[in-house]
Design a protein around this ligand. Structure first.
Ligand code: FES
Length: 157
């Protein structure tokens, strides 16, 4: 035997059903505005060319250069304190690079004069072209640093 539905219960059910119907109708309207059917409006398959990176297709290193070749005096050199590298250039323009840390007790070399790389601490001197020790208490040469020269600049390799 079924229980008779009161007037209040029937009204509640009808209002709830109306709210669901209204929500569904509004939701359907919003969906039509925001998301058109994909099947009726296919997206074009046009691709724009991607911009090339500055180094794409070239062999120029992207790191900042150690120095410009023109800034290295012929027959002398420059000491790069931050990079702890000394760059030298002979009379023909050949570039060489060495550690700027003296092999005696680790002081930083400070200058390249008279064909030698010079340490101020105990007066060791190293050949500017080869890094070999030529004077002072140091026993070992300055280690070479691999560099490449491109487009007028010197880069660490
Ligand atoms: S640390 Fe360079 S000569 Fe001693």
């Amino acid at each position: 035997m079924t229980k008779p539905v009161s007037a209040v219960e029937r009204r509640t059910v009808l209002l709830a059903g109306g709210a669901v119907a209204t929500t569904t109708a509004l939701t359907g309207c919003v969906i039509k505005q925001e998301a058109p059917p994909v099947a009726t409006q296919p997206q074009p398959r046009v691709s724009s060319p991607q911009p090339e990176s500055p180094s794409a297709g070239s062999e120029v290193p992207t790191d900042p250069p150690l120095a410009q070749v023109a800034d290295i005096p012929a027959g002398g050199g420059v000491v790069l304190k931050e990079q702890k590298v000394v760059l030298t250039k002979d009379g023909s323009g050949k570039i060489a690079a060495f550690s700027a840390v003296c092999t005696h007790q680790g002081c930083a070399v400070t200058d390249v004069t008279g064909g030698t790389i010079n340490c101020p601490c105990h007066k060791s001197k190293f050949d500017a072209a080869s890094g070999e020790r030529v004077a002072g208490p140091a026993k070992k040469p300055l280690p070479s640093v691999a560099v490449v020269e491109r487009n007028g600049a010197v880069y660490q390799a």
